[in-house]
Design a protein around this ligand. Structure first.
Ligand code: PHE
Ligand code: ZN
Length: 889
């Protein structure tokens, strides 16, 4: 375990040096055992001709390894010929230009609770090497710019572990006594973080994909026998991803076999190991009885994401971990395009923007704010963030918006062709885009190197006499830890001007009459004047959310209603509704904080009534528009987060809407009952989402008959989407009559699904997120439940994570008990699994945003964590940064 014996060091991008040694071939023999595992490595190494210093000794990374022996060119090293210090093994023997390094180590996967390196998940052995887990398997140059050809032999007990997998192709196998072995060879050079191996008693489903050039690829999904009935959806998703990447990016798969393995204990969603993706069961297993529509969509996206990494990540990889967004930002962008193409592009965009605004903007405004290309880190695991992934994807999307689809594709082609087989940088990616377009990206690079969300203030001025409309843009990026002097970014602003008859032709410098334009806002302040504008228009700005900024335009509520009905951009119709809801809620909340009660602006109810009445609208969009901004987003929008006022006002407004639109909501709920068999296809998903949005409103009404129907939907177990939606509504309903129904539905749910861990996770989550009083007590009780296990990250996220992140009123209770609870759990997790511990910290690190008395209690818990002996680098970095004075870093 990476426990800290001294303060962790900060690693800086500016100190990057090429490796002094390279590894051409890596040969591993892994002998798996019930108490210990023996790893024999043979590395064909040489000095890097590009190294700046040929006198430096060879130093290899290694963590928690019991060294048995080392040899150079077959000659064992004496004790004084090497030095083991911290996480480095240094070799003190003069070395030839090329040589064979071999070592034998013992590791203890059964004791490895960090889920990094080689570990056991239930009865199977598996690995997780990104970012720096390979050093927990053997001594190595564990950095992504050292790429080797791997041959791996796995030896194990045949009856317990009949299936032995690694990267590439199986090339040999055999058995002896009760043990058997399989050798895998991966012809593609790769960094150690893409290594994987699995051993277990696994079943699989198989299918094929024929590539555009006619090669037949064997596709397999390996799971425990009991989960074989939950693999079909992921398989179809994989085949769709493979076809899409050929069609849209011209990228074919390159090995003869592609495998996915599902494991229950996994720190993240999934991992793109070459030819052998390892997935969290939650990111791959699906069937309608236990999987919600949202999960189906998530699974399709993650399968695609990991598959797309085969090119954006594996064939072309990262030079160092500061370039993480090179693969992650680009790959998230690619999977978003894919999901958009598989369903409704606007719905997908709204979902992505909601995520970005709620979580990434918060990160960018908090103590861990960092650029998409960070300049430094202590623990790289802490930088698998919304900024690197989601904002990184936005930045790639902006490049595409600026270049247009054809040039962007040419740029991607050039990037892949030029850097195939290399470990490169974000600058190499942008250079390819610059070369095909002849554009200068220097100002654009601030998006990669500056933290913080730019704020874009826009003012409009209509001159009726001159028939001109002027838009003035002012951009400003707030200071973030370690950076206060921010440069203006190049912001692509997709826009139109909407008049009573629709979009007006745009005439200005460089624009001659199209109704849609992408303005390039690059200065701190700049103005564009549109000519021949016959009427005062309403500008539609940042269409499809063309840049990750906080846009401010002084729209009146009537102008927002106008855009909601008339904008030609689907995203901005939703955005107008969203801004209207936000504006109305924020006013009522602000008044509430001052002790005043405002009435709800009737225009919101009228607008919602219109949405429910209009049969021509996309149901998924209506559902999104009828859903009020989340408490988290409302909090983000306020100077100081007043948790109770936000919660109360949002609930009261929902009750008011439910009362005013009872008839319409009920009609919608009744009309959208589907009688076709379930399928996770977009049209059905849209129907269910609107119907369950109506149900959520109806659950707030004190009407026994309605509550009975909701309870009936929960316990009919027709499909998980409907059952889960009804359950969540019941457990959150403030109506007293709902309480016994919620209790009954929860009990029946558990009875029904106690054998399905993924369904049980939903059950934990529903209770952890229930906002009625007493939440902490309920969560404490559930920690003792037979199905809870703190070593399983999915369980931690479903119970502890859901409580701290999705149950603000209970987590932020005035006596600080929610904070104490979370800190206690983080201290416990720190010893078991530092990555999970560190991720659970996020809500506490946001203390600056809360009223003083809460902030004080949050910081006192952070200090208590910091005082813990044996704090991991992961937790130390986040806690210390969140407590640090903003201006002295
Ligand atoms: N590289 C993985 C992905 O984004 C995420 C991951 C990172 C998984 C680190 C495990 C460990 O696809
Ligand atoms: Zn990824």
């Amino acid at each position: 375990m990476a426990l800290r014996d001294s303060q962790p060091k900060t690693i800086h991008l500016k100190n990057y040096r090429v490796p002094d040694f390279l590894i051409d071939k890596t040969d591993l023999v892994v002998e798996l055992g019930e108490t210990e595992t023996r790893v024999k490595s043979t590395l064909a190494m040489r000095r890097n001709p590009e190294s700046e210093d040929w006198s430096v000794p060879l130093e290899l990374h290694g963590v928690n390894l019991q060294l048995q022996s080392i040899a150079i060119d077959g000659d064992p090293l004496e004790d004084d010929e090497y030095y083991l210090g911290g996480e480095l093994l240094s070799i003190h023997r003069s070395l030839n230009e090329s040589f064979i390094f071999s070592a034998e180590v013992i590791v203890k996967p059964q004791e490895n609770t960090s889920l990094e390196g080689l570990y056991k998940s239930r009865n199977m052995f598996c690995t997780q090497c990104e970012a720096e887990g390979f050093r927990k398997i053997t001594y190595y140059l564990d950095r992504p710019d050292v790429m080797a050809e791997f041959t791996t032999t796995i030896v194990a007990d045949k009856s317990r572990y009949p299936v032995l997998l690694s990267n590439g192709n199986p090339v040999a196998s055999g058995e002896e006594g009760g043990r058997h072995w399989v050798t895998w060879h991966d012809p593609f050079k790769k960094p150690a973080y893409l290594f994987a191996m699995v051993a277990g008693d696994l079943a699989h489903i198989a299918d094929t994909f024929t590539t555009a050039s006619g090669r037949v690829v064997d596709l397999r999904i390996y799971v425990e026998e009991k989960d074989l009935d939950k693999c079909a959806f992921a398989m179809t998703s994989l085949q769709k991803s493979m076809a899409w990447d050929e069609e849209v990016y011209g990228r074919e798969y390159d090995l003869d076999i592609f495998m996915i393995v599902a494991v229950d204990d996994f720190n993240m969603g999934a991992m793109e190991n070459k030819g052998l993706n390892i997935f969290n069961t939650s990111a791959v297993l699906a069937k309608q009885e236990i999987t919600t529509d949202a999960s189906f969509q998530n699974i399709q996206a993650i399968v695609a994401h990991e598959y797309f990494h085969n090119w954006s990540g594996n064939r072309v990889t990262c030079r160092d971990w500061f370039q993480l967004s090179l693969k992650e930002g680009f790959t998230v962008f690619r999977d978003s395009q894919f999901s958009a193409a598989m369903g409704s592009p606007v719905v997908k965009r709204v979902q992505d923007v909601n995520l970005l605004r709620t979580l990434q903007f918060a990160e960018d405004a908090g103590p861990m704010a960092h650029p998409v290309q960070p300049a430094s880190y202590m623990e790289i695991s802490n930088f698998y963030t919304l900024t690197v992934y989601e904002k990184g994807a936005e930045v790639v999307g902006m490049i595409r918006t600026l270049l247009g689809p054809e040039l962007f594709r040419q740029g991607a082609d050039l990037y892949f062709a030029r850097h195939d087989g290399q470990a490169v940088t974000i600058d190499d990616f942008v250079a390819a885009m610059g070369e095909v377009s002849g554009r200068d990206f220097s100002r654009f690079m601030h998006w990669y190197r500056q933290a913080g969300t730019p704020r874009l203030d826009v003012a409009g001025h209509y001159d009726a006499a001159a028939s001109t409309f002027a838009l003035t843009f002012k951009q400003h990026c707030p200071p973030t830890p370690g950076g206060s002097d921010k440069k203006p970014c190049l912001i692509p602003v997709a826009m139109g001007l909407v008049g009573p008859e629709g979009d007006l032709p745009l005439r200005a410098e460089g624009l001659d009459g199209a109704t849609h334009a992408v303005l390039e806002v690059a200065e701190a302040e700049q103005t564009i004047v549109f000519r021949d504008v016959p009427v005062k228009p309403v500008p539609s700005l940042l269409r499809n959310f063309s840049a990750p900024v906080k846009l401010h335009y002084p729209y009146s509520r009537d102008e927002l209603l106008f855009l909601m009905a008339n904008d030609s951009d689907g995203f901005n119709r939703w955005e107008a509704c969203n801004q209207l809801s936000l504006d109305i809620l924020k006013h009522i909340i602000a008044a509430r904080v001052d002790g005043h009660h405002l009435v709800l602006d009737p225009r919101l109810v009228r607008a919602f009534r219109g949405l429910l009445a209009d049969q021509s609208l996309d149901k998924a969009m209506v559902a999104l528009m009828l859903t009020l901004p989340s408490e988290a987003l409302l909090g983000e929008e306020m100077e100081v987060i007043h948790v109770q006022a936000i919660h109360d006002v949002r609930r009261e407004v929902r009750v008011a809407i439910a009362r005013a639109l009872r008839g319409e909501l009920l009609a919608c709920y009744d009309a959208l009952q589907l009688d076709e068999p379930y399928s996770p296809e977009p049209e059905q998903i849209a129907c269910r989402s609107l119907r369950n949005t109506a149900l959520a409103y109806l659950s707030l009404l004190d009407e026994p008959a309605l509550l009975d129907r909701i309870h009936g939907q929960a316990v009919a177990f027709a499909n998980m989407t409907d059952s889960h939606a009804a359950l969540v509504s019941l457990v959150n309903s403030p109506v007293p009559a709902a309480a016994p129904l919620a209790r009954d539905a929860l009990a029946r749910f558990y009875e029904q699904w106690r054998g399905e861990p993924l369904a049980v996770n939903l059950w934990f989550q529903a209770q952890a997120g229930a906002m009625l009083p007493g939440g902490l007590e309920r969560v404490r009780g559930l920690l003792e439940h037979e199905a809870f296990d703190i070593r399983n990250p999915n369980k931690v996220r479903s119970l502890i994570g859901a409580f701290a992140n999705a149950n603000a009123v209970n987590f932020h209770r005035g006596d600080g008990a929610g904070y104490r609870f979370l800190a206690d759990k983080i201290i416990e997790l720190n010893r078991l699994n530092p990555q999970v511990a560190s991720r659970q910290l996020t809500p506490l690190t946001r203390w600056r945003r809360y009223p003083h008395d809460l902030a004080l209690q949050m910081t006192s818990e952070l200090r208590r964590i910091l005082a813990e002996p044996g704090l991991s680098a992961d937790v130390f970095e986040v806690v210390s940064k969140s407590l640090a004075n903003l201006d002295n870093r």
